[in-house]
Design a protein around this ligand. Sequence first.
Ligand SMILES: [Zn+2]
Length: 482
Amino acid sequence: MSERRDTDDASQAGDGEAATAADEPTVPMTHPDDGIRSGTAVEGGVRVEERIDGQDGEDAKGRPAADGSGESRLRRQAGIALVLLGLVIVAVAGFTTPWRVLASGPPDPARDFTAAQIARAQAFDAATSLPSYLSLGLTIIFAGLLVATPFGAKVLGRLKGPWWVRVMLGVVVITAIVEAVRWPLGIWFETILRDYGLSIQDWGSWTGDRLKNLGVEAFLLAVMLLALVALARKVRRWWIPAAIGAFVLTVATSFIYPVVFEPLFNDFTTMRQGPLRTNLLAMAERDGVPVEDVLVADASRRTTALNAYVSGFGATRRIVVYDTLLKAPQQEVELVVAHELGHAKDNDVLYGTLVGALGAAFGAIALFVVFGAVRRRTGVTSITDPRAVGAVMGLMTFGSLLLGPAQNLISRNIEARADLHALDLTRDPATFVAMQKRLAVTNISDLSPDEVEYVLYASHPSSPERIAMARSWAKLNGVPEP
Ligand SMILES: [Zn+2]
């Protein structure tokens, strides 16, 4: 339920910056989700029976052994694990992120873009900022309600049935409430996209996309929460299997995403035989990246934006270009794909997935640590109480909002490395600059994002920054500066 800004390309390694809302969460990677995994870890003698009173399955009063001292000892243990895992994540991210890719001069939009182009980008940014920030504000307010008041428990208290039915229904109900509130903002945003010619969807297909997105989101969330509650009902130190499960589930989701979920939104076809395909595959071969195919997504039925991305890893890895991109000159398409090959060669998706999975494990432990405080405020009895679903969803929203800026910071550096790879591979900074201009103008990218936007939403360096880097590369390599 956390809202990324609709213009943001949330795909794993998507690159055109702007994309329509339909392109939103391609891989729900760093949601602090909670896991699967059965409760095999029988904990130090404190084995809690299923505590069902009456046919309604409400947890009576939390755990029998949940007296103050025992519980705080458990929480202390989890807290230590949380700090240690946090340090591991910071160390892994710190050492594997390419912090200094290539020193380049300051970005200078006026050098490459006309006054009219700059004005149009500013106007688009101004128009979309309001619904974006309103959506963010509503998301925060709603998550706050779920975490700090009995609102969620009251709503979900009306649901009937066994615990697992109520957990699933709880996810659906909370998702539906959030979406009902945000729906008008989505319509507003889509209207702006259409005004600017970025979206060419009709309302039927827009609604279909949005509902499919929500369905996928709610489905994944329900799987996580069912597993979490099942664990917590059996194991007292449920944070241990939950952390392992969150890790496994995140990796598995990222792996299957391209083959299970992406086809819900787009049709993918093999790139047509011809000189472009031949050149791209030859370039991949020269690069030492085994690529059997470049897939084309039928993005043009909803957007005019240009994009390409890599998703999956191992057997599911794929390089996808939007069909909208194929109208660009062939050399520019080659440069886009050269960038994607950089992601493939550096295993950016796998790396991002592993860091995200560690983040998910962290989230599972954090949930254990903070849930005591949340429980008191929300009036739920324990995490096994199906009415707690709202509070958990609220916490996950805050988790992903807090992690977003860190995720973007890492992503921008990884994107810069992929740009450098494209330049090294093609040795063609002039086409690189031409391609960046085309992407920025077509997608109406923000040419000089302010600090807040940059921190909150920018998964890529800005186009002027990317162009500045290409010029530095040219200078460094004795190639005429474009
Ligand atoms: Zn990229």
